[in-house]
Write a protein that binds this ligand. Structure first.
Ligand SMILES: *Cc1c(COP(=O)(O)O)cnc(C)c1O
Length: 356
């Protein structure tokens, strides 16, 4: 049985007292080949998606949260706090419940996808909505954690990045090496930092010979790294990456530069088109922010970036069910592929609607 990332990778995650490990058996998410998507984008590419939506709270945040909460428990902490665009709060709430400690979450009012808010609430965390954005929420929780005995579990907490490295380990274990390219969305920029650290850890340990190029994608309305300055009022449909001043800005640039990769941006339309394309061609439902990785690969391919082909892994950071509102909006809007039709329960009428 899979034992969760801490116990599966003991050479990289050591605990003196095994009772301190707080796990929901996260990790071991499937690396799904995406041949139909690759055929549409560029047949020379071998594409895979790392479907992080299949973690216990349906996003990759669980990988960092198992470490952050376990280390908090190890240090005797009885409470955790985070700012969140939604998924960090869902994971913090769940792992705190699992540990029997308290969780406080501060979120931007009205900008949290419905599923994520539901998660934070059902796990019994204290939820505070501020009339402000994520960056302001993060400033607040940093201050609170500095002056109170409450552990900050945003990705400023190094254990978050430490745990998130495990996704890179898993990919290398499955592929027998690193892919040529690794694409992922960039918000607070912790995950691109963590994957790069994970690949380097594996190379240093002699488990792989080569490293991938890290290619990260921000949303156009929330692209501080691409534009080179803080964005005061970030806006994007991809709420999980609606961040104007990423905490891991510098390490993300280092991951980009050391790997010979890039960080670029994609528009909301490109994100939603990729979101729908993935769902309809491969049967995989991710949340809008996750689709920034696919949208980015499509954009760079059009610019000739993948001329030589190769293996591309796209991280799908969260599950599509987190944000049902966007799925329904996209499916009934101008890009609609299928709109539910209401009709009488009569065979003739139903066949007529089905067009068969
Ligand atoms: C947190 C999150 C991101 C952004 O990851 P960072 O580490 O903040 O760059 C992207 N997608 C989803 C679904 C997330 O939950």
């Amino acid at each position: 049985m899979w034992k969760g990332v801490i116990r599966e990778y003991p050479e990289f995650y050591q605990f003196k007292n095994p009772d301190h490990v707080v796990t929901l058996l996260e990790g071991n998410t499937p690396l799904i080949p995406a041949p139909r998507l690759a055929a549409k984008i560029n047949p020379k590419l071998t594409m895979y998606v790392k479907y992080e939506g299949l973690n216990p709270t349906s996003s990759f945040k669980d990988r960092g949260m198992t470490l952050a909460v376990s280390r908090a428990v190890e240090a005797g902490s009885r409470a955790v706090i985070c700012a969140s665009t939604g998924n960090t709060s869902a994971a913090a709430a769940a792992y705190a419940a699992r540990a029997g400690i308290k969780a406080f979450v501060v979120i931007p009012e009205g900008k949290i996808a419905l599923g994520k808010l539901a998660q934070a609430m059902i796990h019994g965390s204290v939820v505070i909505q501020i009339k402000g954005n994520f960056d302001e929420a993060l400033k607040l929780v940093r201050k609170i954690s500095e002056s109170h005995p409450i552990t900050l579990v945003n990705s400023l907490n190094p254990h978050r990045i430490d745990g998130q490295r495990s996704a890179a380990f898993e990919i290398c274990d499955v592929l027998g090496g690193a892919p040529e390219y690794h694409a992922l969305p960039v918000g607070n920029a912790g995950n691109i930092t963590a994957y790069w650290a994970g690949y380097k850890t594996y190379k240093d340990a002699g488990k792989i010979n080569a490293l991938p190029k890290m290619i990260g994608f921000q949303a156009e309305g929330a692209a501080p790294i691409v534009r080179g300055h803080v964005i005061e009022n970030p806006e994007t449909v991809a709420t999980a990456i609606r961040i104007g001043n990423p905490a891991s800005w510098k390490p993300a640039e280092a991951a980009r530069d050391e790997s010979g990769g890039l960080i670029d941006m994609v528009s909301d339309d490109e994100i939603l088109a990729a979101y729908q394309m993935l769902a309809s061609t491969e049967g995989i439902f991710c949340e809008p922010a996750s689709a920034a990785s696919i949208a980015g690969v499509i954009k760079k391919n059009k610019q000739g970036y993948f001329e030589k082909g190769g293996r591309v892994v796209c991280t799908l950071t969260g599950h599509g069910l987190k944000d049902p509102d966007t799925a329904i909006k996209v499916s009934t809007g101008p890009m609609a592929t299928c709109e539910p039709v209401t009709c009488e329960p009569e065979l003739e009428k139903v066949l007529n609607v089905l067009g068969i």
